[in-house]
Design a protein around this ligand. Structure first.
Ligand code: CDP
Length: 239
């Protein structure tokens, strides 16, 4: 049975979150950033000195994630993430978290915890969710699955522009370091045995290299509206 989910998957810096936010806003649906849950897990790992090579420490991390209360809420057009009542929106985007998040996300049992949490949330209201495996694994019956992609060079340019002052964002050495770290994370995300970054078989592929964010978001919204038109009464919530 179709679930009222728009799944937007793809590698980092393809505009997934901006697109998902826009589409959710236009539909009046909820926006959920699945990567934020893995980032929260990575933050917990850093805070309690988890050794990711130690199975006991991995189990400890899963236990603390299971106990943690993670909330996502839009505030002034930005999605805020709270961990046990504290805002961690910026903390989960720190370079230290970004460096380890793929390794943290390699644990199939931790992934199952995150996925259960996502399915639980969607049981309550329709949502647009971005991530890596939302269409392929977490919501195989999503109303619409989008797979966004863009060239590594363009993605590095976008990330550098977001994070660096204008002069540094154009510096070839800076761009090369962004390319390198995105490539490392892509490789790890594609190689994992469970929940690997991959398009679902029935995903609509959109290459965003040549699209500005407004055009890209409008195009995806159009696809959703088409799909909603073809499916007169989409299920609100899981069966
Ligand atoms: O925003 P950005 O694209 O940099 O990454 P993110 O969506 O915040 O995801 C951070 C990391 O979490 C990814 O590199 C993956 O390792 C992991 N992730 C995942 O494994 N599955 C998802 N559904 C979402 C994120």
């Amino acid at each position: 049975m179709t679930v009222a989910v728009v799944a937007i998957d793809g590698p980092a810096a393809t505009g997934k979150s901006t697109t998902a936010r826009y589409v959710a806003h236009e539909l009046g649906w909820r926006y959920i950033d699945s990567g934020a849950f893995y980032r929260v897990a990575a933050l917990l790992a850093l805070r309690s000195d988890v050794d990711l090579d130690d199975p006991g420490d991995r189990a400890r991390l899963r236990a603390s994630l299971a106990e943690a209360e993670v909330e996502q809420r839009m505030v002034g057009g930005r999605l805020h993430t709270r961990l046990d009542g504290r805002d961690v929106t910026d903390a989960i985007r720190s370079p230290a978290v970004t460096r380890i998040v793929s390794r943290v996300a390699d644990d199939p049992e931790l992934r199952e915890l995150v996925n259960e949490g996502l399915r639980d949330r969607v049981g309550r209201e329709p949502a647009v969710i971005d991530g890596r495996d939302i269409g392929s694994i977490v919501f195989p019956d999503a109303l619409l699955k989008i797979y966004l992609d863009a060239s590594l060079e363009e993605r590095a340019r976008r990330r550098a522009r977001e994070a660096e002052p204008p002069d540094r964002a154009e510096d070839p050495a800076v761009l090369a370091s962004y390319e390198e770290s995105l490539a490392v994370r892509d490789r790890a995300d594609r190689a994992r045995t469970t929940g690997a970054l991959a398009p679902a078989r029935d995903a609509v592929h959109v290459d965003t290299s040549e699209l500005d964010l407004d055009t890209q978001a409008a195009r995806i919204l159009h696809l959703v509206r088409e799909r909603l038109g073809e499916t007169p009464s989409p299920t609100r919530g899981t069966p």
